[in-house]
Design a protein around this ligand. Structure first.
Ligand code: MG
Length: 163
């Protein structure tokens, strides 16, 4: 039996490697650091996890499917722009973001001073008030690839509702 569903949940996860000579962009904020994330786009791992959560909520695959890293159109693109496009698709399909909760896992730099600017950027892209967007930052206590500073990981969950 199929019944109308008015809310759905989505989850996203992403990792990018940290390398010298790249800007570090997280949630659209350029964070001062001596290394940055490598990727085809600006490698904004948080925005990618949020986009995957949105796509996941509607069973639409992942951002790699929607914005292939083999397509020169997406080289160096701001991931906030990708997120705007995912949100536009969501709205077009009759859904809207209810809230997002994201966590960035990075040993360094300290991200707390930048979290509110990330929330503002994500809220603007997703056309929701900023109090619907949570961004948290944690270390992995020196353990694993994030702990060794080899990369940064991000997790995000979102809820979407019918417009
Ligand atoms: Mg990514």
């Amino acid at each position: 039996m199929d019944v109308p569903i008015n809310a759905r949940i989505g989850f996203g996860f992403d990792v990018h490697a940290l390398v010298p000579g790249r800007p570090l962009v997280l949630g659209g904020v350029a964070v001062p650091f001596d290394k940055g994330l490598i990727g085809h786009s600006d490698a904004d791992v948080l925005s990618h996890a949020v986009a995957d959560a949105l796509l996941g909520a509607l069973s639409l695959g992942d951002i790699g499917r929607h914005f292939p890293d083999t397509d020169p159109a997406y080289e160096g693109i701001s991931s906030l722009e990708l997120l705007r496009r995912v949100n536009a698709d969501l709205l077009h399909r009759g859904w809207r973001v209810i809230n997002v909760d994201g966590t960035v896992v990075a040993q360094a730099p300290r991200l707390a001073p930048f979290v509110d600017a990330m929330r503002e950027n994500l809220a603007s892209c997703l056309e929701v008030p900023v109090d619907r967007i949570s961004v948290k930052a944690t270390t992995s206590e020196g353990l694993g690839f994030t702990g060794r500073g080899e990369g940064i990981a991000a997790y995000a969950v979102c809820m979407v509702g019918r417009r």
